[in-house]
Design a protein around this ligand. Structure first.
Ligand code: AMP
Length: 113
């Protein structure tokens, strides 16, 4: 299996603006931001998408969400933010490596497009 683009970012084979990393997750700026602050939080383990995550990923997914909250706080998003996980074609997923979008810096609309 070839590496996903996010695996290559995690291993620093391709550049990204990394703003947080630990042994389980990496957070970096989205290259095509949809809000003033748009950060992706990605598990180093290349789980394809949320629907493919098994029970063994429970602790990792909890870590991912808690780190997303920490990164959002450190990015100064004190007025709030939106977390998005796109899953599959109808969900708008374009990179088959589970990731959580942090979107903030403006008021979000509802419903999403
Ligand atoms: P999704 O559509 O939920 O799969 O989100 C994939 C996201 O990855 C999109 O918002 C892209 O802009 C972003 N993206 C793709 N390639 C890169 C890259 N090399 N560096 C940073 N973000 C990227």
């Amino acid at each position: 299996m070839s590496k996903t683009i996010f695996e290559k970012i995690c291993s620093r084979e391709i550049p990204a603006t990394i703003i947080y990393e630990d042994e389980l997750v990496v957070a970096f700026r989205d290259v095509n931001p949809q809000a003033p602050v748009h950060i992706l939080v990605v598990p180093r383990q290349p789980i394809t998408r949320l629907a493919e995550a098994g029970p063994g990923a429970q602790a990792l997914l909890g870590h991912l969400l808690l780190k997303a909250a920490q990164v959002a706080r450190q990015a100064g998003l004190h007025g709030g933010y939106r977390l998005v996980i796109n899953n599959g074609p109808d969900g708008g997923e374009s990179v088959p490596h589970l990731h959580c979008h942090i979107l903030g810096g403006r008021a979000m609309g509802w419903p999403p497009g």
